[in-house]
Design a protein around this ligand. Structure first.
Ligand SMILES: [Mg+2]
Length: 278
């Protein structure tokens, strides 16, 4: 009896599934094929602003048939990590609902005084009063945790400063380096792979950003697929010391590629499904 090799996908969202409010052509088909074929996948986002439920609502509105179990955010990875490091701890949070909810769900209390951790995520709540409070807490011994170090985030109106930019401000003011949990950190990449229930060699990371998706995938030993539907152009690739295993214009062409192998991963040896006498 032939067993199909197990494999699955970790899929970045921004620049892979959508750009701003527009679904990228091929995304709906790709996700539908994965679901129809019971191929495990998780959407992996460094954005810690939204809860899992918020993310699903947004994806469903764009026309994707997905559920909460398919979403893994840096907020979830951060909360899980902190709960392992110091169960029942306290955090001063510069961030929004996604991060606050995840911390609460993992037994953390969000406080304004003497926290175990200062945790920084995305959001629009950032102000100088919070920065001053955070600086004093860090100098007083609180550990500095970043959900991610992305320097900026794409929006409909262009770039806005990302979590990494705010963390840099705190790092400069305190002389303390943050520990970052989001992509490319192995903390998030490995947790996501375990969510799939797959081994390293059975896992493929699909993303549009070399510094996070592809670097993290390369470091963890995953297969990597760069899509050019987001922030990276083919001309950018020679600048990097590492490269993705596969490069495609978008999920549409990746679906075409997988169609040709009947959705067996083409980047690894696959046993023939049918023995053909020659
Ligand atoms: Mg992206």
């Amino acid at each position: 009896m032939h067993h199909a090799p197990k494999f699955g996908f970790l899929i970045d969202m921004d620049g892979v599934l959508y750009r701003g409010t527009d679904l990228i052509p091929g995304a709906e088909r790709f996700v539908r094929e994965l679901r129809d074929r019971d191929i495990p996948f998780r959407f992996l986002t460094n954005n810690s602003q939204r809860t899992r439920r918020d993310v699903v609502a947004r994806l469903v509105r764009l026309g994707l048939d997905v559920e909460e179990e398919h979403v893994f955010t840096s907020a979830m990875a951060t909360a899980r990590f902190l709960a392992q490091q110091k169960p029942g701890g306290t955090a001063y949070v510069i961030g929004e609902g996604g991060l606050l909810t995840a911390l609460h769900q993992h037994g953390y209390a969000v406080v304004d005084h003497d926290p175990d951790y200062v945790v920084v995520g995305e959001g629009r709540t950032f102000n100088l009063e919070m920065v001053e409070a955070a600086v004093r807490m860090i100098l007083g011994g609180a550990k500095l945790i970043a959900t991610n170090m992305d320097p900026n985030c794409p929006t409909q109106n262009g770039l806005r400063p990302g979590c990494g930019a705010f963390v840099a401000l705190l790092e400069t003011a305190t002389g303390v380096k943050a520990f970052s949990v989001g992509k490319p950190s192995p903390v998030m990449m490995r947790a996501a792979r375990k969510e799939l229930g797959l081994a390293t060699d059975e896992t493929t990371m699909i993303g549009d950003t070399m510094e996070t998706d592809i670097l993290g995938g390369v470091q963890l030993g995953f297969h990597t697929v760069l899509v050019l539907s987001g922030g990276t152009r083919a001309e950018d690739l020679p600048r990097y010391a590492y490269r993705p295993e596969t490069v495609v214009p978008s999920l549409s062409e990746l679906a075409d590629l997988l169609d040709r192998t009947d959705w067996q991963p083409p980047w690894r040896p696959v046993r023939p499904r049918v023995a053909v006498p020659v």
